[in-house]
Design a protein around this ligand. Structure first.
Ligand code: AMP
Length: 171
């Protein structure tokens, strides 16, 4: 079977000294690896009647649409400021230095819809917390979170105790 760990390239000191960047592009260009990654992301959530898969710009889009198709769900993008054209809801969250903002269309999720949030990688969990906040502002019900890679040494999982957290590859 394809070893997904072998398809993740570790790039030291990118984008800053001390960061070990997990580069998913070798996995994305590998047909069997890509298919397996999407299958393993989807498996715990099959038969759970997920309405909407939600993914944040930009690597959340890559797995998000594939995962939505695998689960016969729709896909909703969360975007960086000033990208979405229609009426939207914003959330601002803290980074190591400064803050960042993410946005979602106000009509993208209806109250009570069952949502699955996805991203390529969970590091400190700040991005995912902000995404959860946006979905909940719209009344979406978060059934779970699926990430391809979890950096377990950062302990972000603790921030998501109230949700089902699924990661495929753990470091
Ligand atoms: P965080 O908000 O700290 O959980 O960071 C998550 C976001 O930053 C994800 O969308 C990742 O794509 C990106 N990211 C953070 N750390 C890394 C890393 N070591 N390698 C690759 N991407 C990362």
């Amino acid at each position: 079977m394809t070893d997904l760990y072998e398809l993740i390239r570790n790039v030291p000191d990118f984008p800053r000294p001390g960061i070990q960047f997990k580069d998913i592009t070798p996995l994305l260009r590998h047909p069997a690896g890509l298919a397996l990654a999407v299958e393993l992301l989807a498996n715990p959530f099959r038969g759970r009647n997920i309405d909407i898969v939600v993914g944040a710009e930009s690597r959340g889009f890559i797995f998000g649409t594939a995962l939505a198709q695998a689960l016969s769900a729709g896909f909703v993008p969360i975007r960086k400021p000033k990208k979405l054209p229609a009426d939207k809801v914003s959330i601002t969250y803290d980074l190591e230095y400064g803050t960042d903002t993410l946005e979602i269309h106000r009509d993208a999720i209806r109250a009570g819809e069952k949502c699955l949030l996805v991203d390529d990688l969970l590091a400190t969990g700040g991005t995912m917390e902000a995404c959860c906040g946006l979905v909940e502002k719209l009344g979406g019900q978060i059934l779970g979170i699926a990430v391809l890679i979890e950096l377990q040494f950062l302990n972000a999982r603790n921030k998501f105790n109230r949700y089902e957290m699924h990661s495929v590859l753990k470091y």
